[in-house]
Design a protein around this ligand. Structure first.
Ligand code: BG6
Length: 503
């Protein structure tokens, strides 16, 4: 994420090595993002893609499969010449961490490819594999010396989920940091590739007017919502072991929370920004078991419809245990123990098979302090919200009260709305372009540091523990196409507040 208006520079020559190249992530997102970078002339002059597959596959076969994926998932019309040039540099290497000799052979093969492609020894290892692959692959890369930086750079891109709880995330960090330096690890969260998410920093810190009111004196509470229409679909096995909380909260929702709640960094560099984000996550109050149960709601969808689409009962989804108590919806109330946010609750909710796809941060300002308008008491005034949304549209909305034209003082709520698409012509993207480009130029501002990942897990651990101990007790059910379980409303209503309505 660079701050300037000059033409973006091209990254250093490098080899882009993709583990799990035959999988969904590589076909659906990584290669289409590389294509978009190529179309914008933002790939290095000397560049090659090396796909690592566990089963034998020729480079031609891999090339054909990636080309097919590109045509299926590209976010813009594919220019065949650019696509052919990009994929002409694809080589497939067979390697399996269970077979150390294959990594020794891979090392030699990579050296040869790099000599031909003149990529100068810089290597980006993208772990587009299930999490079970992260450590075995990294260990083999370490053992063979492929992670050693010796006049060239070596970087490791690690996808989510990064651990499944605090202890496993700490163990994963420890093991990775035995193999590489923190500056070499790029823990990716695709929410940080979204324009509106990056814009939170600019909105807060490139404008003078928000910061003075961005605190407990003026803000009543903050709601963060990530609602999805899709059910779990074919991801039953992963999802049933994971659930909505682990899948979305310590990563995506906490990225939104930390950007909106962090203190102003002293500099716009990776160290300062990431330190402030980690600080605010570390300030989330640790809840006791009783508080965690009281301040959370978990739900699971049953059979029904979202729009015209039939959704199966979650427990009848393929690869989901019939008596599963895994949550497909969660709502939480959190508080942040610092001077800025003391007494300002943060309400978070996310779920599958809901009525609308919506991602937003809604900041609710305090009401006007006294009822000056005779017939409209302050509590009947519309609420003042600043809403930062990425779905269904990217933009920012300010809701405030205004006078209805006419002789009487009638007051109604209105909106001032900024939509990205009205101001900027941007080609649709996968959301991975900025992140991949940043990895190649060595800018890790948009990547999670070990301490933030751990602070995130530390904040959700009480909920995981309390739910595990409660078993199925406390799991609520909800209808697909709804706003989630009724009990999520109680979470706010008992504080005299309410969620913003869907749609
Ligand atoms: C992924 C989760 O990380 O994010 C999915 O594993 C979820 O379950 C997805 O659907 C949501 O991403 P987005 O960009 O569609 O909000």
């Amino acid at each position: 994420m660079t701050v300037n208006h000059a033409k973006q520079k091209k990254p250093d020559p490098c080899a882009f090595v993709i583990f799990g190249v035959t999988g969904d992530l590589a076909h659906r997102l990584v290669v289409p993002a590389l294509y978009n970078l190529a179309a914008n002339d933002l790939l290095p002059d000397h560049f090659c893609i090396v796909g690592i597959a566990r089963k034998a596959m020729s480079s031609e076969e891999l090339n054909a499969s990636l080309m097919k994926g590109l045509h299926q998932f590209a976010t813009r019309k594919v220019d065949d010449a650019i696509a052919r040039r990009l994929l002409a540099c694809v080589t497939c290497i067979e390697a399996d961490p269970a077979d150390p000799a294959s990594f020794d052979a891979m090392r030699e093969r990579l050296d040869e490819i790099e000599a031909i492609r003149k990529t100068g020894g810089n290597r980006l290892f993208y772990l587009a594999t299930p999490p079970s692959g992260f450590l075995p692959i990294s260990r083999e890369l370490g053992r063979t010396g492929m992670l050693t930086e010796n006049g060239s750079w070596r970087r490791l891109v690690v996808e989510k989920p990064f651990g499944t709880d605090l202890a496993s995330a700490q163990a994963l960090n420890r093991e990775l940091l035995d193999l590489v330096g923190e500056h070499q690890i790029y823990r990716i969260d695709h929410y940080l590739g979204k324009e509106t998410v990056q814009n939170i920093l600019v909105l807060r810190f490139a404008n003078g007017m928000f910061e003075p009111i961005w605190n407990r004196n003026h803000i009543d509470h903050i709601q963060i919502t990530v609602d999805e229409r899709l059910g779990v679909g074919h991801r039953g096995s992963f999802y049933d072991a994971t659930g909505a909380l682990r899948d979305m909260v310590p990563n995506h929702l906490f990225q939104l929370l930390s950007l909106v709640a962090m203190e102003p960094p002293t500099k716009f560099d990776a160290h300062s920004v990431r330190s402030e984000k980690a600080n605010v996550l570390a300030a989330i109050q640790t809840q006791t078991a009783a508080e965690a149960l009281q301040n959370s709601v978990r739900g699971q969808y049953r059979a029904g419809k979202v729009g015209d689409t039939e959704i199966d009962d979650y427990r009848k989804t393929r690869d989901v245990r019939p008596g599963s108590t895994t949550e497909t919806y969660t709502a939480l109330k959190l508080t942040i123990d610092n001077w800025r946010w003391a007494g300002v609750p943060f309400y978070l909710r996310t779920g599958k098979a809901l009525g609308i796809k919506r991602t937003e941060i809604a900041i609710k300002f305090k009401q006007a302090p006294f009822a000056m308008f005779r017939d409209t008491p302050v509590d009947r005034l519309s609420q003042n919200f600043l809403i930062i949304s990425t779905e269904p549209t990217e933009g920012i909305t300010l809701q405030f009260n205004t006078k209805v034209p006419g002789p009487a003082i009638d007051i109604d709520g209105v909106e001032m709305k900024f939509l990205y698409k009205d101001y900027f012509k941007v080609e649709p993207s996968t959301g991975y372009e900025t992140l991949i480009y940043d990895c190649m130029i060595g800018d890790n501002i948009l990547f999670q540091r070990a301490d933030s990942v751990e602070a995130g897990w530390r904040a959700v651990q009480p909920f995981l523990d309390a739910w595990r101990n409660a078993g199925g007790k406390g799991l609520k059910v909800y209808e697909p196409g709804s706003e989630g379980p009724e009990e999520a409303n109680d979470l706010m209503e008992r504080d005299g507040r309410s969620w913003r309505k869907l749609g």
